[in-house]
Design a protein around this ligand. Structure first.
Ligand code: MLT
Length: 267
């Protein structure tokens, strides 16, 4: 992480940026950062409002926490890479909202993208029903607090086996979400509502892509992600067993094996 550009280790390194989903933070990638082979130089960003970048109580007024967008998150990721001295193209690995940000990085900063790992995400924008649902969540969280989203989110993020047999994971996610302020959740729902639709642009993505999805994912389903893999020229989909929307946390062994296999194919 502290290696400089001239460090010869970087010539071998497959630089990788992890981008977390909503409403999580970079600690969701702990089991990847700890286990990937040392020749892969991997870093994980906290988008603003999450993890160490969580708002201070004085900033987290009920009226919202300023504007953000998938575009501003993409620019922030590039700034983060610059701060790590990672100026060469990297592999961008984003999960769900992190995938929306990955599309914007490809769109706005194509020369920084070597390959993409798109996990449990979608290229399509929200439907009008999806937007209405986001608006109601955004309003509700300002009235009721972060608690209002925690339980429903756990139900959606985790597969049956994780919910029943992995109480440590349930606990970790619960704590992670409780660190996010209502203002940040409100702001992110509004930002995701306004995100661009990349469906028609998928054939333009020429970098190698690995698409990953949990077999039980009901948010971005294996069928929907297969449809994306079919139209991205250099892409394949892998389905992770015993996982829903969070394969890196629910089945890290299978997830890590898949990304290592993919990284080995990148020059
Ligand atoms: C996520 O996991 O980042 C969210 O499910 C994204 C979304 O709400 O579209």
């Amino acid at each position: 992480m502290n290696a400089s550009r001239s460090d010869p280790r970087l010539n071998r390194a497959k630089n990788l940026l992890f981008i977390h989903g909503y409403p999580l933070d970079r600690s969701m990638w702990e089991l990847q950062l700890l286990s990937l082979p040392s020749e892969i130089q991997a870093v994980a960003v906290n988008l603003s409002g999450f993890g160490e970048n969580a708002l201070k109580p004085s900033e987290a007024g009920r009226g919202g926490s300023g504007k953000c967008s998938m575009e501003s998150y993409a620019d922030r990721c590039i700034q983060f890479l610059d701060q790590q001295d990672m100026f060469d193209p990297v592999v961008i690995c984003g999960l769900s909202m992190g995938g929306y940000v990955a599309f914007e990085i490809w769109n706005r900063h194509p020369n920084r993208v070597k390959a993409m790992i798109l996990c449990d995400t979608r290229a399509a924008a929200d439907t009008s029903e999806g937007k209405a649902l986001r608006k109601s969540i955004a309003d509700r969280v300002l009235q009721e607090g972060t608690e209002a989203v925690v339980k429903p989110m756990i139900e959606k993020l985790l597969g049956k086996e994780s919910r029943l047999n992995n109480q440590m994971l349930v606990q970790k996610l619960t704590e992670m979400m409780h660190r996010v302020t209502p203002a940040t959740i409100h702001r992110d729902q509004i930002a995701m509502m306004g995100r661009a639709d990349f469906t028609l642009r998928l054939p333009e993505i020429k970098v190698p892509c690995l698409l990953v999805v949990g077999e039980e994912d009901a948010i971005s389903t294996p069928v929907e992600m297969q449809g994306m893999a079919d139209v991205i020229p250099n892409a394949r989909l892998t389905i992770i067993p015993r996982a829903a929307h969070l394969p890196p946390m629910e089945n890290p062994i299978a997830f890590n094996a898949e990304i290592e296999k993919f990284l080995a194919t990148i020059a």
